[in-house]
Write a protein that binds this ligand. Structure first.
Ligand code: SF4
Ligand code: MG
Length: 307
């Protein structure tokens, strides 16, 4: 789905394709460019160079009815449901908005569709006449997901969609997204800072640091700790770090992410990398292919790259 975005400062040289029905995780600390990538995918931001394609066509080339369809096909769910829902509208009014905007169905059809959507996301019809403040955080996020599903999208970009929820509600919303993915064969881009969580639900994971791709790997590679020192550091600094994953005694991630306005030269991770050597501050690592669908941008893996 996305192509190269070369000179945009927030995200650079990130290239990947999203397959139908695939769940792709985008992971990194805050400031890593994850949300920028999501917004580029939604056409909420325009790349200064490079290409973002959907079904083979550049997003910027969509016009007229095709553009309307594109806006139905790609939907985004953000972290804070309060920011996504208008506090002065009832849940029914909020859920009706996409149908009105896209002139879909009679009022009666819309009502039926809204009831169906509530059922899909596991909410009772009694919420229809409520206002957002009368619902819990988890219920509100279900409403946001229902609204995202209203126009039968093909791709959902979930940007920290469960980050603000309690652990048990978080698990419910993740399970809901996984169920919906299967039921409707959705492609989901799941953006999060939480590597262990992303690893449990995504087919492939893209690890970003300062807007650069550090590692792109299938779930099982990430589950075993990944190959890039940054992926490994994210694992080690996560609360459920597992000693069986075979890490060395190196320090987990320390210090702050540098400013994207003034990124370090060479490997952008070298100022925090526990395995950095002198060359790392001078040479920008390429993405070295280590196996099927597995690329790592680290000089340590230069020699093992599969050519
Ligand atoms: Fe660390 Fe050097 Fe690899 Fe960058 S290139 S991740 S600094 S070892
Ligand atoms: Mg963000």
């Amino acid at each position: 789905m996305f192509g190269k975005t070369r000179s945009l400062h927030a995200v650079q040289d990130v290239s990947f394709a999203l397959q139908p029905g695939e769940i792709l995780g985008i992971v990194g600390e805050s400031g890593s460019g994850k949300s920028t990538l999501g917004k580029l995918g939604m056409s909420l931001l325009k790349p200064t160079s490079g290409a973002i394609r959907y079904q083979g066509k550049l997003l910027s080339d969509y016009r007229g009815n095709d553009l309307k369809q594109l806006r139905c096909d790609l939907q985004m769910v953000f972290q804070d449901p309060n920011a996504s829902l208008n506090s002065r509208l009832t849940i029914e009014q909020s859920l009706r908005e996409p149908f009105i905007l896209h002139k879909r169905g009679s009022k009666q059809d819309q009502h039926q569709e809204i009831l169906r959507l509530l059922n899909v996301v596991g909410l009772p019809a009694s919420v229809l006449h409520r206002y957002p403040h009368e619902l819990s955080g988890g219920q509100k996020q279900r409403v946001v997901i229902a609204r995202a599903l209203a126009l039968k999208p093909k791709v959902i970009i979930a940007d920290e969609a469960v980050a603000a929820l309690d652990a048990s509600v978080k698990a419910q919303i993740i399970n809901l997204l996984l169920d919906l993915q299967k039921e409707f064969n959705l492609s989901i881009i799941f953006i999060s800072h939480d590597l262990p969580m992303v690893q449990t639900m995504c087919d492939r994971v893209l690890v970003l640091y300062l807007g650069r791709l550090m590692e792109y790997a299938p779930r099982d590679v990430i589950a075993q700790g990944g190959k890039h020192p940054y992926t490994q550091a994210l694992w080690q600094s996560s609360p459920i770090a597992d000693p069986d994953r075979g890490f060395s005694d190196e320090e987990p991630l320390h210090g702050e992410i540098p400013s994207p306005l003034n990124p370090p030269g060479g490997c952008v991770f070298h100022t925090r990398c526990p395995r950095a050597v002198a060359r790392c501050s001078e040479v920008i690592p390429r993405l070295y292919p280590l196996g099927p669908q597995h690329n790592v941008a680290c000089l340590l893996h230069e020699a093992q790259a599969v050519v």
